[in-house]
Design a protein around this ligand. Structure first.
Ligand code: ADP
Ligand code: MG
Length: 698
């Protein structure tokens, strides 16, 4: 469908201008200048001819069919002109003009009106308020940008016109080839999802690059992105929008979540490579444009200088890239080919007096090692070295089946070497740290591409129990569910909960504790007290009836003093859970992506430690596994200092149950299970405390 936009047979430029410096002039000139082969119809009632091309007073006067119409006229007149386009059967339009949604209410109305017209006629529309587009394979430059990039395999789209121009200028200067360049503007019709779909099928595009500010439909985006990213790498930079976490959240999960966490999770789950800075976007673009991916994370470094080699190895240590350990035969071969002073272990130092020949030999040998997935060529200009020849030597090995990235460090002295490599499609990074980041992304992408398709494991919860509990809360006009209802709900979805007895009086509490067996835990029972420990409403390890009774008096009187309006139903006497570690499971709703799950080390310090991971629900077991192993302090769960590792599989189960619960019941808007006590292999996790909120109405 979008092909008419990129490769139209004929184009009308509505608002083509004779005046140099005007956008309507620049667009026409670009179309004529860069070799577009189709028919061009400038439309302007005040001109007979522009840039040597016959001009027409209106679209109606254009003799032949028009596939693409480009608008460069004021926003207010586009509505009626759109009708003419539809009459004429125009397949696609580009609205370069501004003055729409970005300019206020009236603009937004105009934009909707035009979009609706286009939609009802099946006409696709790019913009408004955009720069236009470039397609190097059809030699079409339908933009007012300065210059045209070389043909290449990067497809790029940008929601910001200004950033688009900057990237284009960089590409032209650095001779980075593009297949397509698209400025999305206000995204009234065509958006990032359309372009992902289109570019995934475009034979000229091997890498998809994009800058986005907002995502129109998060779920749809994830669905399409997961599919596209399996075929081609997608590298996106997403600017921070407003943090949803800024609103007052009553749950830990709500307080720790936010739109950026959702983006992070959504990208990870759909195989999107996220560039964090513009620099990284460029760095990754050149790495991915090579189309060569390492089979694993093991990197060999070859250098002609010790210091930079160590810096590179340090950068590797800080990343998820691994320093390859060489086979014995590799070491032997290096020893017999390099001078005695050379370092034979990774990083391989061919030392400062190395000529291009020796440097090449070092590279060649490590490339052959089966434990090496890719090589980084580090080079600094030294008295005896020849940068250009060395660059050529690196370039000559580009067709080995392993990726080679370079870090020729310096300025004018290394430029000739960098150029020689660039001509052979070997990316160079001015600093080894950046080369490592690029290699890391390449390795992760290959891993994603090799990973089996994701499958959601359904879990059968007891929906009836949940429905009834939610109905009770609705009837009472409560959005925060009571303690016992929440416990029932999560129990219906496979969670173990500690034995609990609600005791209205001190005597009841003592009796309950006797029945349960000491020690016990006691908690204030009130639907209005969310964080019980904050007001001294939790006591653990009560050893006898006396301790229980005095704790009841103390606890209730303190609660009444600190929260005079809270309804207090008595205390909850609970079985004491020992020998576990405390983690938190949670869910909050993201406005873009819907239910988002959280995992972290739990307990009362969770908001201080902020050691949590997120994924968009529903999650697969692999997602759940990544959530658990992805926290910084995962080592605390995997067993430190002789401790037994906790049962990660059991935590994954819990996350899968939670995922199913919030998927089955979209009315649940927030949920914390904190803490979930987890144990070594063989003992099920126990949900000690839970809090659940439902949405308004419904
Ligand atoms: P709140 O989060 O409202 O303060 P919790 O029920 O989570 O109350 O209790 C606070 C802390 O007390 C928990 O993080 C846990 O460390 C401890 N605790 C609560 N209940 C138990 C229990 N049944 N067994 C063991 N420890 C418990
Ligand atoms: Mg708690």
């Amino acid at each position: 469908m979008l092909s008419q936009l990129f490769n139209p047979r004929s184009i009308a430029i509505i608002g083509a201008s004779r005046e140099e410096g005007k956008v309507g002039h620049a667009v026409l000139r670009n179309i004529l200048q860069y070799g577009y082969k189709g028919t061009v119809y400038p439309v302007n009632p005040k001109a007979d001819e522009i840039l040597g091309v016959r001009c027409f007073p209106s679209l109606r006067d254009v003799p032949g069919p028009v596939a693409l119409a480009i608008f460069v006229v004021p926003a207010a007149v586009i509505g009626p002109l759109m009708d003419q386009c539809i009459e004429k059967g125009v397949a696609a339009v580009i609205i370069i003009s501004a003055g729409f949604k970005e300019s206020g209410r009236e603009g937004a109305r105009l934009e909707r009106e035009i979009r609706d017209k286009a939609r009802s006629a099946g006409t696709r529309m790019l913009g408004p308020n955009c720069l236009g587009l470039i397609d190097t394979s059809s030699h079409l430059n339908a933009s007012f940008a300065r210059g045209m990039p070389e043909p290449g395999n990067i497809g790029f789209f940008s929601q910001s016109g200004a950033l688009g121009t900057a990237i284009l200028d960089w590409a032209i200067g650095e001779k980075i080839g593009f297949s397509k360049f698209v400025s999305l503007g206000n995204k009234a019709d065509i958006d990032e999802v359309d372009l992902l779909q289109f570019m995934s099928k475009d034979s000229h595009t091997n890498v998809i690059l994009g800058y986005i500010e907002g995502i129109r439909d998060g779920r749809e985006f994830m669905r399409v992105a997961s599919d596209v990213s399996k075929k081609k790498p997608v590298v996106l930079i997403k600017s921070g929008g407003t943090e949803a976490g800024a609103r007052a959240a009553s749950s830990h999960t709500g307080a720790l979540a936010g739109s950026d966490k959702a983006i992070e999770a959504a990208f990870a789950q759909s195989g999107i490579i996220r560039a964090r800075t513009l620099e990284e976007l460029f760095d990754l673009a050149t790495a991915f444009a090579t189309g060569r991916f390492p089979k694993g994370p093991n990197l060999a470094i070859v250098t002609n200088a010790g210091g930079p080699g160590i810096i590179a190895a340090d950068a590797v240590e800080r990343s998820q890239v691994r320093m390859a350990s060489f086979a014995k035969s590799t070491i032997d071969e290096l020893r017999s080919n390099l001078p005695a002073a050379a370092a034979l272990y990774n990083p391989v130092d061919v030392i400062g007096d190395a000529d291009a020949q020796r440097y090449r030999k070092g590279l060649e040998i490590v490339l052959r090692d089966p434990n090496v997935d890719g090589v980084m060529a580090v080079f600094t200009p030294q008295a005896m070295s020849d940068p250009e020849e060395t660059g050529r030597a690196v370039a000559s090995l580009v067709d080995s089946n392993k990726p080679i990235i370079a870090s020729f460090i310096g300025g004018p002295a290394v430029k000739s070497g960098i150029d020689a490599m660039k001509a052979a499609n070997v990316p160079n990074y001015p600093y080894p740290e950046r080369a490592v980041v690029a290699f890391d992304a390449l390795a992760k992408y290959q891993q994603w591409r090799d990973s089996p398709p994701k499958k959601i494991q359904p879990f059968e919860g007891n929906k009836q129990i949940v429905k009834e509990a939610i109905a009770r809360a609705r009837q009472e006009g409560r959005r925060a569910l009571g303690e016992s209802d929440t416990r029932e709900i999560i129990r219906a979805y496979g969670f173990q909960i500690p034995k609990s007895i609600l005791a209205p009086t001190a005597a009841d509490a003592a009796a309950a504790a006797e029945k349960m067996g000491f020690p016990v835990v006691m908690k204030i029972a009130s639907p209005d007290i969310l964080h019980k420990s904050d007001i001294g409403g939790v006591r653990v390890g009560l050893k006898n009836a006396q301790e229980v009774e005095s704790a009841v008096h103390e606890m209730t009187s303190r609660a009444k003093r600190l929260m005079p309006d809270a309804r207090i139903m008595g205390v909850l006497v609970q079985e004491m859970v020992t020998g576990g570690k405390e983690v938190i499971l949670g869910m909050t709703k993201d406005p873009q992506f819907g239910p988002m799950l959280m995992f972290g080390l739990g307990g009362i310090y969770v908001e201080v430690l902020k050691d949590v991971t997120f994924r968009i629900a529903p999650v697969t077991r692999e997602d759940a596994h990544e959530m658990v192993t992805g926290i910084r302090s995962y080592a605390l769960l995997s067993g430190v200092r002789g401790e037994q590792p906790v049962d990660v599989h059991a935590i994954e189960d819990s996350l899968l149950h939670l995922s199913q619960l919030v998927t089955d019941f979209p009315e649940i808007v927030e949920l914390d299970i904190n803490p979930l006590a987890v144990f070594p292999r063989g003992r099920e996790a126990v949900a000690i405390d839970a809090r659940l909120t439902i949405g308004e109405g419904g």
